[in-house]
Design a protein around this ligand. Structure first.
Ligand code: NZQ
Ligand code: ZN
Length: 377
């Protein structure tokens, strides 16, 4: 266990908290308010933001897509600069927040913003970001990660930057009530897999990280069980659990294995499949292929999360699949695409993006990915 930890994002959690942005953004700032496809104009979030910003100078840029593209975000950069904006307010789900992190990091760069994703440019300054989160899933509201797609090449890549942490984030669980069941299920699954990626590795004895992860997993499984009886507390729990799953805390100083995410990102880039749905397909099969290597943690998860007394990791993997299926999520790629070249395309992109022998111990070789994809078709 060895780590440095600082999470600088102020969190305002609770009903009616959008009004707080009035005081959180300095009055002298010119704000670029960025949102997605328009859900905020139907569910009252836009009106609340508008009211809160009545005393500020602000401009709006809408149209950031789910799986946000650099092509759209580059337009936001140009627009923001034209308007003289020096503060970015993200209002939306993970895609809008990730998009704003790209906008901020590309803002003072004259070159192509994609260079950031390729590791060719690292920003040393950026406008500050504030956020109003409308979808609980990614944890983007208080982490430094951002996942961006280049539509021209169908590549989906990620970058981390200290400048990407939002200065503040408003988490009002009430705004989740306008989400459809597909996005709510996505939120549970994405948070569940985030926790697994930092937990299902090998025994290390870091107790806070292990037991906290198990608590989050148990709670998320509980939310799946009560999916049809959603009340205020259900939404509040989902919002906070999703945040805790990927705000950096549970992964401190312990091995992590993001292989499911890396394979999933290529699938979203190629076929536009919802992020969480790629994870639900890939993760159980990845665990199957690596069952011997992850046996200890899988059995620990069975015991402490699902209260199962089993010796075979396959029983635990089946339980995870049951959880996803109970949320009506399809577990085969054939439900989304019949591309005969899927395997070769995914393998090509993984290699291009530097994912060769990856995973917590470098066990995810090309052959392992092939096996996982074979089982997932
Ligand atoms: O665009 P609008 O009209 O707002 O509609 C969105 C979008 O269609 C809608 N929505 C959001 N809030 C709503 C709402 N609809 C009704 N009521 C509301 N309150 O939901 C749809 C999906 O939104 P999106 O932001 O794409 O979803 P999510 O939050 O799941 O974000 C997914 C993106 O985040 C990345 C994923 O790869 C994907 O690109 N990730 C980011 C991570 C990070 N930054 O740490 C980690 C994750 O592993 C993930 O990779
Ligand atoms: Zn994720």
């Amino acid at each position: 266990m060895e780590f440095s930890y600082q999470n600088p994002t102020l969190i305002e959690f609770g009903k009616g908290k959008i009004a707080r942005i009035k005081d959180l953004i300095p009055k002298e700032k010119t704000i670029l308010m960025v949102y997605g496809g328009g859900s905020i104009k139907k569910n009252g979030v836009y009106d609340q933001v508008k009211e809160a910003l009545a005393g500020h100078t602000w401009f709006e840029f809408g149209g950031v897509e789910p799986n946000p593209t650099k092509e759209t975000l580059d337009k936001a950069v140009v627009f923001g600069r034209e308007k003289g904006a020096d503060y970015i307010l993200a209002v939306g789900g993970g895609s809008v927040l990730d998009g704003c992190k790209y906008i901020a990091n590309a803002y003072y760069y004259e070159g192509d913003g994609w260079d950031i994703l390729e590791g060719k440019y690292t920003a040393s300054q950026a406008p500050q970001i504030g956020a109003v989160l409308t979808l609980a899933a990614t944890g983007s509201e208080s982490n430094s990660g951002s996942v961006i797609t280049k539509a021209a090449t169908k590549e989906k890549r990620f970058f981390h930057s200290k400048l990407s942490y939002p200065q503040f984030c408003v988490l009002d669980p009430d705004v989740l009530k306008s989400l459809d069941e597909r996005q709510l299920a996505n939120g549970i699954i994405d948070s569940f897999v985030h926790t697994c990626e930092q937990y299902l590795t090998y025994s290390h004895g870091a107790m806070a990280q292990d037991y906290y992860s198990e608590g989050i997993l148990k709670a998320l499984a509980g939310l799946a069980q009560t999916f049809d009886k959603r009340d205020d507390l259900w939404y509040a729990n989902l919002m906070w659990l999703a945040n805790q799953a990927l705000n950096g805390l549970i992964g401190l100083g312990v091995p992590q294995d993001w292989a499911t995410h890396y394979i999933g990102h290529e699938l979203s880039g190629l076929y536009g499949i919802d992020h969480a749905r790629t994870l639900a397909i890939i993760q159980p099969n990845l665990l199957r292929v690596l069952a011997d290597d992850k046996k200890e943690k899988l059995l620990q998860m069975g015991k402490n999360v699902f209260y199962m007394d089993v010796k075979d990791p396959e029983e635990v993997i089946k339980k995870i699949e049951e959880l996803y299926s109970s949320l009506h999520v399809k577990l085969k790629l054939s439900s989304y695409t019949d591309d005969k070249e899927l395997q070769s395309k995914v393998l090509f992109l993984l290699e291009k993006h530097g994912f060769v022998d990856f995973g917590d111990r470098g066990l995810v070789s090309k052959e392992v990915v092939e096996k996982i994809l074979d089982m997932s078709l």
